[in-house]
Design a protein around this ligand. Structure first.
Ligand SMILES: NC(=O)c1ccc[n+]([C@@H]2O[C@H](COP(=O)([O-])OP(=O)(O)OC[C@H]3O[C@@H](n4cnc5c(N)ncnc54)[C@H](O)[C@@H]3O)[C@@H](O)[C@H]2O)c1
Length: 251
């Protein structure tokens, strides 16, 4: 029997939004360890990027910025193999206090931004009949929680968007999946902890593996999904959360 190959093939051409920090950055590094060519679109500069990464400053909410980033990959590398629509934001507030601007900003990035990356990737991958598209949903795309109306709505929408695209593009050999991280120690989450909106003890207490996630925990799944071992995974929204989703009990 041939041994299972659970690593991404070498030299993939990988596009990641929100790759300057956190989950996106850890995923870029996981693919780079397999000699991938990395293109990042982030609204902030990427700190200390390896020399061969293409780091573009722009917004995942902009169809132009997104298309331009894919066009750079087309010119330099002849296309894209993996596209990770990862950039996202939280707006934790009681729903009665959520402004229309708060709501719209979260929708623009967490939902429209994801669609724009998926569409730009699909336009290239579907005619070529191969490719992998990933998005970052959340445990809050699979269940709900107070004071997160825009976040839970968009993350659930991402889960169903991914399923829809998987159905449309699967027959063309393009797989589309989402990862649903639990609480991961990144700038986004630690900002909420510092503000007192989230409490690390409470998060750990509900998690059967009682720690917060590391960006590398999520990057490992993002890399595995490009491996030959993941060839039949399509339309899936995969929790990587230490068992948080499994725990429905109060204790
Ligand atoms: N950290 C968690 O606990 C957690 C849990 C579930 C899901 N997520 C999701 O993971 C994804 C990554 O978040 P993270 O936790 O790594 O946070 P992070 O703050 O470390 O990274 C987010 C990145 O997105 C970039 N970004 C923000 N707006 C952008 C825009 N308009 N265009 C391009 N890039 C933009 C930021 O500059 C940053 O580099 C998000 O979609 C988030 O919702 C995070």
């Amino acid at each position: 029997m041939t041994p299972l190959d659970l690593n991404p093939p070498p030299n993939l051409r990988v596009f990641i939004t929100g790759g300057a920090t956190g989950i996106g950055r850890a995923t870029a590094e996981a693919y780079a360890a397999r000699n991938a060519r990395i293109c990042i679109l982030d609204r902030v500069p990427v700190p200390n990027p390896p020399e061969d990464w293409v780091c573009l400053q722009g917004s995942a909410t902009s169809a132009d910025d997104t298309e331009q980033a894919f066009a750079v990959m087309d010119r330099r590398w002849g296309g894209v193999d993996v596209a990770f629509a990862n950039a996202g934001m939280a707006a934790n507030k009681p729903s009665l206090e959520l402004t229309e601007t708060d709501w719209q900003k979260v929708l623009d990035l967490n939902l429209t931004g994801v669609f724009l990356t998926c569409q730009a990737a699909g336009r290239r991958m579907v005619p070529r009949k191969s490719g992998l598209i990933l998005a970052t949903s959340s445990i809050y795309g699979l269940t709900a929680g107070a004071n997160r109306a825009a976040y839970t709505a968009t993350k659930a929408a991402v889960a169903n968007l991914i399923r829809t695209l998987a159905i449309e593009w699967g027959p063309s050999g393009v797989r589309v999946n989402a990862i649903a991280p639990g609480y991961v120690e990144t700038d986004m989450m630690m900002a909420l902890v510092q503000r007192g909106t989230l409490k690390t003890d409470t998060m750990k207490a509900r998690t059967p593996l009682p720690r917060l996630g590391k960006p590398e925990d999520i990057a490992a799944m993002a890399a595995f999904l490009a491996s030959p071992g993941a060839a039949w995974i399509n339309g899936a929204v995969i929790p990587v959360d230490g068992g948080w989703m499994a725990n429905g009990g109060p204790e």
